[in-house]
Structure formats: structure tokens, C-alpha cells
Design a protein around this ligand. Structure first.
Ligand SMILES: Nc1ncnc2c1ncn2[C@@H]1O[C@H](COP(=O)(O)OP(=O)(O)OP(=O)(O)O)[C@@H](O)[C@H]1O
Ligand SMILES: [Mg+2]
Length: 416
């Protein structure tokens, strides 16, 4: 039986799911909300951490104060101190006037420090001081200011590892994690997967004015057996993709699988996680594939050059047509992306303070490195130099480039 206050909280924040792990996390957030201590929320990317600082703030005595969410991972290292703690006029180039930082703004309220594990060590020192005494200095100032802010931090990093690697201060970690709430990954909340899918597909159907996607039994099994490395965010993203792209509104297992990267690897229960060995294997396979493509591209360029040489004759030979970068076809899939639509990949990088949804990383159709172009160019110059007995002026004329460019290229490619 789910307690009434947990139900109300779920409704208020639009949280879907009844899995014991999720209910436990919400219950704990409600319990600790009135206790005015720092809280650390941990959990994998996309698991739903962002609801929790809001639940805590809304159920604390600070609820009428400000709530400021800061994505520490999205602020450049050079400006983060000033963003958080403010600066004095003239503190650095471009500081035309004094500015309040978030800690001053949020006085009496709550600050949510998202991706706290990304904070630079210098900022960590400042943060520790605020946590311990409420004191801070603006950048460029020596006047100690005071603030009364509750800090709720979140991270998807392994903080113990970050501490052992010296990337995160141990004292700060203990301070922040006085109260710790762990959000379980979606694969440990299997009973919620179909509920979430239904909610998201109904929302997207409404948004895009299309009939709601229905799943066959087979498709339901695919959803339930997948490992969901990107958690709820990934489920939401693929539901959106399916809602947009599938004209047949009843989706079967095979169709669904095409939207799930590494379905066969990320499957449960045969394996709980792709092993290091698997990753190394796929990495090697990917590199081999790239290498083959590079070589094919080079051979093609050489062939072009030869045909050109033969047709135009040695005197009029010019640069070989530059081979176009190859976009790796989806059908080759690089074993990771078996889908013909852009794949939303969960990432902890480059997110903004406001919202992280809808990030599309263009899939692995990679712009290949221009090494083969360089090879082709180098080879063309080398051959032209031989044909012109090393005479740079004639070679440059033949190649229709300036002598200076030729000179630079000879140096660059070590063709002396
Ligand atoms: N139980 C849930 N019910 C409804 N929507 C959810 C649930 N959990 C997560 N979501 C949605 O999934 C998306 C990702 O969640 P959220 O942004 O909270 O992830 P996160 O844990 O903060 O991930 P990251 O570590 O990458 O920042 C959001 O759009 C959020 O609204
Ligand atoms: Mg987040």
C-alpha cells in the first residue's frame, strides 16, 4: 500500500511508477525534507534524480524561499566561482559591474547543485566553506559574506571512485552526503516500464496529434528485457521516436528492437551488463571497420588519380578529386546503432540548467578524419615533383598552386 502523501507527491510532480525502490526514495525524500541538512541524490543518468531536490524543497520550511537549480557540469570552469558566489566590479576582464551569485540569491532557500561531481577542486573548497559555516567570498573580494542556503546535490558519478582518484574532496563528499538518497535504475524497476511507456506514448500522441502507439505482447517483452542503460530518459526518447516515425501504430518486437541500441548485449536477464571484454571487442571491431573504410577511401582516391593521370596525360595532371568523407551507412550499424532514425543518447555532457531532453547526438555516422585526403595530396605532390625533376616552379604551375603553398606542403609532408 502506497502512503497517501507519496501518492500526492507523485501526482504533484508527475512521477510515474510504483516500484518499491522508487516509492522508498520518495518516502525518504519526504521524511528528510524538514531536516535542514545537505542531501546527496545519486543514481544513473536518466533515472529521475531531478524530481527529488524539488520534492525536498517543497516539503521543507524553506518552501517559500527561492529554489535555484544549477547544472555544475554545464558552466565553464573559468566562470563557475563567479556564477555561484558572485563577483566584484573589475574582479576580472569583463566584470563591468558587481554581480550576486546563486548562493547570495538563494539566501533562505534551496540550491540544487546538479552534476556536483563536475565541480573544479577550487570551487569545491569554496563550497565546503559555505556548507560548514555559511560563509563565502565573492570573486575579487575579501569581505566575508554569509548566506543561509540548503544544498541538495545530485550526481550520476561514482563518488567514492571520484574521491579515491582525487577528483572530489573527501571532506566535501562526507559533508554533502550526510543524507543520501539513491534512485534505482529503471532495470530494477521493471514493473514500471510499461506504465511509463503508456504515459509517454499517450503524451506524445497528444502532442503530435496521432493515434497512441500500441505494443504487441512480443514488443512488451522486448521492453521488459532490455537493460535501459539510459534509464527513463532513454525510454522517453525512444517512445517519442516511435510515436513520430511508426506509421503502423501497432508496434511489434522486431520493430521496437531496431530502436534499442545494442539490444542483444543490453538484454536482461542473460547478462546484467556488457563486460569490459565485450566493450573492448566492440571497440576493436569498430576501429577495424573504420580502418577498412579509410583504406577503401584511399584506394578509391588513388584510382581516381590514376584515371585522371591516364586521361589527361602527365603534363596536365592535376590534383586528384578529393574523396568525400564517408558517412558510415546505418546498415553497417557499427554493431551499436541498429536504427535508421537518430538515436537519442543519454549523456551527462553539455546539458543546460533548464532541460536536458531531446538531445540528439548525430549517430555514429562519423565524419572520418581527413588523413586520407592528406595522403592523397602528399602523393600527388610527390609524383608531380618527380615528374618535374624536383623543380618547384614547374611543379607548382602543374598543380595550379602558388610556389609558397607548394613550399609549405613540401615542408609539411617532409617531401624534401
Ligand atoms: N518516474 C518517472 N516518471 C515520469 N518521468 C520520469 C520519471 N523518471 C524520470 N522521468 C523523466 O525522465 C527524464 C530524465 O530524468 P532526470 O532528468 O530526472 O534524470 P537524471 O537522473 O537527472 O539524469 P542525469 O544524471 O543525466 O542528469 C526527465 O524528462 C524526467 O521527467
Ligand atoms: Mg539530471
Amino acid at each position: 500500500m502506497i502512503p497517501a502523501e507519496v501518492q500526492q507527491t507523485k501526482q504533484r510532480f508527475g512521477i510515474i511508477g510504483n516500484a518499491p525502490g522508487l516509492i522508498r526514495a520518495i518516502t525518504r525524500a519526504l521524511q528528510i525534507a524538514p531536516i535542514d541538512l545537505a542531501v546527496l541524490i545519486t543514481g544513473e543518468s536518466g533515472a529521475g534524480k531531478e524530481f527529488f531536490p524539488q520534492i525536498i524543497h517543497a516539503n521543507s520550511s524553506r518552501k517559500h524561499g527561492k529554489y535555484i537549480a544549477v547544472n555544475c557540469g554545464a558552466i565553464p570552469e573559468g566562470t563557475i566561482d563567479s556564477e555561484l558566489f558572485g563577483h566584484e566590479k573589475g574582479a576580472f576582464t569583463g566584470a563591468l559591474s558587481a554581480r550576486k551569485g546563486y548562493f547570495e540569491e538563494a539566501d533562505g532557500g534551496t540550491i540544487f547543485l546538479d552534476e556536483v561531481g563536475e565541480l573544479p577542486l577550487t570551487t569545491q573548497a569554496r563550497l565546503l566553506r559555505v556548507l560548514e559555516s555559511g560563509e563565502f567570498l565573492k570573486v575579487g573580494s575579501s569581505t566575508v559574506l554569509k548566506t543561509n542556503v540548503r544544498i541538495v546535490a545530485a550526481t550520476n558519478l561514482d563518488m567514492v571512485k571520484a574521491v579515491s582518484e582525487g577528483k572530489f574532496r573527501e571532506d566535501l563528499y562526507y559533508r554533502l552526503s550526510t543524507i543520501h538518497i539513491e534512485i534505482p535504475p529503471l532495470r530494477e524497476r521493471a514493473e514500471d516500464i510499461l506504465l511509463l511507456f503508456r504515459k509517454f506514448s499517450t503524451d506524445f500522441a497528444e502532442r503530435y496529434r496521432m493515434p497512441v502507439i500500441q505494443l504487441t505482447d512480443d514488443a512488451r517483452n522486448v521492453l521488459l528485457n532490455y537493460r535501459w542503460p539510459g534509464n527513463v530518459r532513454q525510454l522517453k526518447n525512444i517512445t517519442e521516436q516511435i510515436s513520430i516515425f511508426e506509421t503502423n501504430r501497432e508496434v511489434d518486437g522486431a520493430t521496437l528492437q531496431a530502436y534499442l541500441p545494442q539490444y542483444n548485449i543490453e538484454k536482461l536477464p542473460t547478462r546484467s551488463a556488457p563486460s569490459e571484454q565485450d566493450r573492448t571487442f566492440f571497440e576493436k571491431e569498430r576501429k577495424m571497420l573504420y580502418k577498412t573504410l579509410f583504406e577503401m577511401q584511399k584506394e578509391l582516391a588513388d584510382l581516381h588519380a590514376k584515371v585522371e593521370e591516364l586521361t589527361k596525360g602527365a603534363q596536365t595532371a592535376s590534383f586528384a578529386p578529393q574523396p568525400q568523407p564517408i558517412a558510415v551507412p546505418h546498415s553497417m550499424a557499427l554493431t551499436t546503432i541498429p536504427t535508421a532514425v537518430p538515436v537519442h543518447v543519454p549523456t551527462s555532457k553539455g546539458k543546460t540548467i533548464a532541460e536536458t531532453e531531446g538531445e540528439v547526438i548525430p549517430n555514429e555516422a562519423v565524419e572520418l578524419q581527413p588523413t586520407t585526403l592528406e595522403d592523397t595530396e602528399k602523393e600527388t605532390i610527390r609524383k608531380a615533383l618527380i615528374r618535374n625533376h624536383g623543380k618547384r616552379k614547374k611543379t607548382a604551375e602543374e598543380l595550379k598552386i602558388s610556389e609558397r603553398t607548394l613550399y609549405r606542403k613540401i615542408k609539411e609532408y617532409n617531401l624534401e
